[in-house]
Write a protein that binds this ligand. Structure first.
Ligand code: BGC
Length: 350
């Protein structure tokens, strides 16, 4: 069967390959992959900057944001043939650490977790895969091919959950949120902020086009320019770009008692001048909290699926800028102006 593979840490090694059918010991459920989304992590892997192949192998099947359909399953699995499903990206470490032992693999303590399409586990950009029922999440069938947006939504669902848990260490009545970055993660973060009834502001560098339009369609406020000029003392900031200067500016803009979630993976080696003493002093005197958030566990897949089911389908559809057939996968990695989410299609959802 066809698969999109890379040789990790080797730039521009992405290629289509014929690979063996999945082994039966990988699980009793057979899923055919309909689509995989492309994100910044995939771009890093294809550039040779990130990614690890399964033990004993040179190549890694790409694809961690996925949508699939069950084509074979035992009767008592909780799934039926035809179900639209998404594979959970991260799997627990084998020890397991105390977080993985309770299903919180997103908080793995020893770093021995594996991730489909990223770290030591083949991804979903292959025509079929086999899996265990506990590694799969069922989608509302009305989502159709929009279900490919679930994985990035789970990352955001975790960020919001954690921000709320941290806020709730005291009486917590957040009103205003700022999302930095209007890529897929930022827009989905804005969606979930609006769904919670918050006044949501989104800041990005793009001045016109789809991004401002999508933010306005949510009933949220769009800004460009400096964070400090965009919004006054937000209770929550979800920083989705990882750009060091924006991380520093987010820190400075946070309101008293506010919570800053760093959800973007920053590049390293870029120095930013900042008055850390002043930021730290403000954080202490203003009871501010800063935390990082990565990945998602089953609870966040359920919350993400719920957020997508409640969202306007037209709005979600507008997030998918381009659908590229597997045989032309290279085009998915060529960035175009106004791209939000680019998807590689393996098979039609209908
Ligand atoms: C994925 C996460 C993953 C992270 C780090 C992100 O792109 O969405 O599931 O944990 O990369 O590998």
């Amino acid at each position: 069967m066809r698969a999109l593979t890379v040789t990790p840490k080797s730039a521009n090694s992405a290629r289509l390959e014929d690979i063996a059918e999945p082994e039966s010991e990988e699980g009793p459920i057979v899923v055919e992959t309909l689509a995989v989304g492309v994100c910044g992590t995939d771009v890093e892997i294809v550039s040779g900057d990130y990614g690890w192949s399964p033990q004993g192998e040179a190549r890694l099947v790409l694809g961690h944001e996925s949508l699939g359909r069950v084509v074979e399953t035992p009767a008592n699995s909780g799934f039926a043939e035809g179900d639209l499903v998404v594979g959970i990206v991260r799997r627990p470490d084998p020890v397991p650490c105390y977080s993985c032992a309770v299903g919180e693999w997103d908080e793995c303590r020893n770093g021995q977790y594996v991730e489909h399409g990223i770290k030591q586990l083949d991804g979903f950009a292959r025509e079929r895969y086999r899996t265990m029922p506990d590694a799969l999440v069922k989608l509302d069938p009305s989502l159709g091919d929009l279900g490919v947006l679930l994985e990035p939504t789970t990352v955001v669902a975790k960020a919001w959950e954690q921000a709320d848990l941290i806020g709730n260490r005291v009486t917590w009545r957040p009103r205003r949120a700022l999302v930095v970055g209007a890529g897929p993660i930022g827009l989905l973060a804005a969606l979930m902020g609006v769904q919670q009834g918050l006044e949501v502001h989104v800041l990005d560098q793009v001045e016109t086009g789809l991004k401002p339009d999508l933010v306005q369609r949510l009933g949220a406020h769009y800004h460009t320019g400096k964070i400090a000029d965009a919004v006054d003392a937000p209770d929550v900031i979800v920083e989705c770009t990882g750009v060091p200067q924006l991380v520093a500016d987010s820190f400075g803009a946070l309101g008293t008692g506010g919570v800053l979630c760093l959800a973007g993976v920053s590049p390293t080696g870029r120095n930013v001048e900042l008055d850390l003493g002043s930021l730290a002093r403000d954080a202490v005197l203003g009871n501010k909290a800063i935390f990082g958030s990565v990945n998602a566990n089953r609870r966040h897949y359920v919350a993400g699926a719920d957020a997508l089911a409640k969202a306007d389908k037209g709005w979600l559809g507008a997030l998918i800028s381009r659908r590229i057939p597997l045989e032309h996968f290279e085009q998915a990695f060529e960035r175009q102006a106004d791209d939000v989410k680019v998807v590689i299609e393996l098979k039609a959802a209908q």
